[in-house]
Every structure is written in structure tokens, then in C-alpha cells.
Design a protein around this ligand. Sequence first.
Ligand code: ZN
Length: 94
Amino acid sequence: MNYHKKGAWNAICPVCEFEKKSTDFKRRWDGQMVCSECWEPRHPQEQVRGKPDDVSIPWSHPEPSSDTEQDTSGWAGESGSYPAGTFDSNNGTL
Ligand SMILES: [Zn+2]
């Protein structure tokens, strides 16, 4: 009988630990009262998933094909970018 007539009070969501209005809470499938942002339908297998906006990944696939190709073309491009002339003949002399 101690409730305010307004019907809303502050409660802390056990998931995100933010203080929210009681009207923002829903009972989850496991019986826990969580805020509407943390509420989710029953997906037992997805409970262990990480945050969706976590872009840092432990590893990623390398791109071997394009890397190798760029390496080869870069080597060819380097010698090709030199103006043909004195340097070339100097090399030949040495
Ligand atoms: Zn929450």
C-alpha cells in the first residue's frame, strides 16, 4: 500500500544496470524483470552472444590472392616507373 498513485517508480534493470521507470520494464521469459531494451524473446542459444555493435574481432581472413597480385604488379610497376635511359645503361655496365 505504499505505491504512488502515479504507478511508476524507478528500478534498476539487471541486464544493463540502468535506472529506468517501472513502466519500462517487462517480464522476460526467464521471469526476470528487465527494461524494454533488454527484453528479448526466448532464444536460449543466443543468450551468450556478444554485443552487436562490437566491431573488434579477434581475427579476420587475410586476402591472399589480391595481396600477392599487388605484390607482383608493384614490383613490375617500380622498375617500369623509372625513366629509361642513363640509369639503365649504368646498370648494364656494372
Ligand atoms: Zn536494460
